[in-house]
Design a protein around this ligand. Structure first.
Ligand code: MG
Length: 173
């Protein structure tokens, strides 16, 4: 199917809440620390029914920074894959911006595109930070930023900026 479409989701701050320290988001450490973002279960069901592939792409450099284990991180990812009925979940553990998979590089999007034969121009990316938007833009996806007013410069320009998931229903149809 040449016209297969996907929605790529960032994890922290989009699927699960990301607690902030100094107004910057942190990754939850273990499965006991996670809290699903409001409305995400309904959102994913809605777009699954519309035949979108649902794919998570997450940077998790805390592993490389020795702040968390792959086991903890993968446990959260596998839980979310099941809970939200995702087609796939991709994680980049690298802390090196030269890594093709580390957002803002688009490697994880290309892995999904190849596996599911996706038309990226008809696909979307939802994120809460500039790295997500960079990856989506580079892969020619339509990018949507959920604005959280973090204390960082938005280094890539999203196609849309929204306040919450509810506003995305009007964008993706
Ligand atoms: Mg995030």
């Amino acid at each position: 199917m040449v016209n297969a479409r996907a929605i790529f989701f960032d994890r922290d701050g989009v699927l699960v809440e990301a607690p902030t320290v100094n107004n910057l988001p942190k990754s939850p450490k273990t499965i006991n620390d996670i809290k699903l973002c409001k409305g995400i279960v309904k959102f994913c069901k809605f777009y699954k029914k519309k035949n979108y592939h649902l794919i998570m792409i997450t940077n998790q450099p805390d592993f490389s920074r020795k702040k968390n284990s792959k086991k903890n991180i993968n446990q959260i990812n596998e839980y979310l894959k099941k809970k939200l009925n995702f087609d796939d979940v991709y994680v980049c553990f690298s802390d090196d911006d030269n890594c093709i998979d580390r957002k803002p590089n688009p490697g994880m999007i290309y892995i999904g595109a190849k596996k599911f034969n996706l038309n990226l121009r008809k696909s979307f990316l939802i994120g809460d930070r500039w790295r997500d938007i960079g990856a989506g833009n580079k892969a020619n996806c339509t990018t949507i930023l959920i604005e959280k007013n973090y204390n960082e410069k938005l280094r890539y320009k999203p196609k849309y900026i929204v306040k919450n998931l509810n506003q995305i229903y009007e964008i993706i149809n």
